[in-house]
Design a binder for this molecule. Structure first.
Ligand code: ZN
Length: 85
C-alpha cells in the first residue's frame, strides 16, 4: 500500500467516522504522532496475511495500541490452534 493510498484511505475514514477507535470505541487524539501507542493507525479488519484487501471496506481507524493488542490476541489464537503454545 503506497503512502498516497494510505493517506487517501485515512482521510476517507476520518471523514466518515471521525477520530474514533473502531476497536475500543474511544476517541483518538489527533495531536499524537502516528507511531504513538494512542495515536491513529489504519487497521485491516481482515488481515492482509489471510487475504484481506486494502479496500476501504476492509479498513478502519484504531489506536496503535488497540491495533497491536488485537494482532497479539489473534496470533495467540492461531498459535494455540496449530499447537505452538
Ligand atoms: Zn482503541
Amino acid at each position: 500500500m503506497t503512502h498516497e493510498t494510505k493517506d487517501k484511505a485515512r482521510q476517507e475514514l476520518l471523514a466518515r467516522f471521525g477520530y474514533v477507535c473502531a476497536i475500543c470505541g474511544r476517541a483518538i487524539d489527533r495531536a499524537l504522532p502516528y507511531r504513538h501507542p494512542e495515536g491513529l493507525t489504519l487497521d485491516h479488519i481482515r488481515p492482509r496475511s489471510i487475504g484481506g484487501t486494502n479496500d476501504l471496506s476492509n479498513l478502519q481507524l484504531a489506536h496503535g495500541r488497540c491495533n497491536l493488542e488485537r494482532d497479539r490476541i489473534r496470533l495467540g489464537r492461531v498459535a494455540r490452534r496449530v499447537g505452538v503454545l
